[in-house]
Design a protein around this ligand. Structure first.
Ligand code: NAP
Length: 269
């Protein structure tokens, strides 16, 4: 049976841009209230206004996901201002492109802090609160197609996303008896600010018209496509949210035949 989403609250990190923003709007459309998080407060206010226009309540928290206490604060604000939370989408993250042997340990640690440790902490904290109050819930992390295979120069990014994928799978089994669903989300290349950043920060020198030039069309999608797939998963839980059957099939084949990855790695950069 489909899960009721009306009047339930979702907490979304990185909700002021791209996939997070599209998910906030898609959730509001199906009657959910939103605890919206991001760093850039102007963008945060703009997405919040879209949610309000859809007749839903929204609360805002700004800050870096690696700030000590930020994750607790997100859940506290959801509880005090929106009466609790049902779903959490740990989505804030960034891409990082460099050959593995050239990565500094600081770069690698920062990427894991944002893409993995912060998401892990949020989802685990939310699980403990739901269990303590015997509430059902749904916890999601924004992983990537690159959790299953990697590309040239994306070793560290893929490692963070694969780590999310494994944690979600184990948590899914661990939390089932508490009526808490867990899923990882595996977008393919999505037209967001992801490729307009150098590391974590937006880079004005990157031309948006050129940013996705290297990506084959079958690998490019809109953030709304991911957002709608997430809403479908909230309604009818699945272990992994995929938006491309082709990418999913490729991921499966590469796992069985690793040499195929060599061919793909040469074609997609
Ligand atoms: N776009 C793709 O092709 C693609 C494919 C697979 C997976 N993903 C994943 O999708 C997720 C969302 O990315 P997107 O594509 O929507 O890109 P985006 O438009 O660049 O959004 C990234 C979001 O993460 C936030 N963020 C980044 N670092 C942060 C930090 N240290 N603290 C707090 N917030 C931080 C950003 O906040 P500010 O805007 O305030 O900086 C922004 O809201 C990421 O986890 C990414 O790895 C993206």
């Amino acid at each position: 049976m489909a899960r009721e989403l009306n009047n339930r609250t979702i907490v979304i990190t990185g909700g002021n841009s791209g996939i997070g923003a599209a998910t906030a709007v898609a959730c509001a459309r199906v009657g959910m209230d939103v605890l919206l998080h991001g760093r850039d407060e102007e963008r945060l206010a703009a997405v919040a206004e879209e949610v309000r226009q859809l007749g839903r309540r929204v609360a805002l928290v700004a800050g870096d996901v690696t700030e000590p206490g930020l994750n607790e604060r997100l859940l506290d604000v959801a509880e005090t201002e929106l009466g609790g939370f049902y779903a959490v989408f740990a989505n804030a993250g960034y891409g990082f492109k460099k050959p593995a042997h050239e990565l500094s340990m600081d770069e690698l640690r920062r990427l894991f802090e944002v893409n993995f440790f912060a998401c892990y902490e949020l989802v685990a904290t939310a699980a403990r609160r739901l269990i303590a109050t015997q509430r059902p819930g749904h916890l999601l992390m924004c992983s990537s197609g690159l959790a299953k295979f990697t590309l040239l120069n994306f070793s560290a990014y893929s490692a963070t996303k694969a780590a999310q994928n494994h944690v979600c799978r184990a948590m899914r089994w661990e939390l089932r008896r508490h009526d808490i669903e867990v899923a990882s989300v595996h977008p393919i290349t999505t037209r967001t600010d992801f490729f307009l950043r150098t590391g974590e920060e937006r880079d004005a020198s990157i031309d948006p018209a050129q940013a996705y030039r290297h990506v084959p069309r079958w690998l490019l999608q809109k953030p709304e496509t991911v957002a709608n797939a997430i809403v479908r998963c909230l309604r009818r839980p699945v272990p992994e949210v995929w938006t491309s059957l082709l990418a999913r099939t490729a991921a499966g084949l590469i796992t069985i035949f690793p040499r195929l990855a060599d061919v793909m790695g040469r074609r997609i950069r």
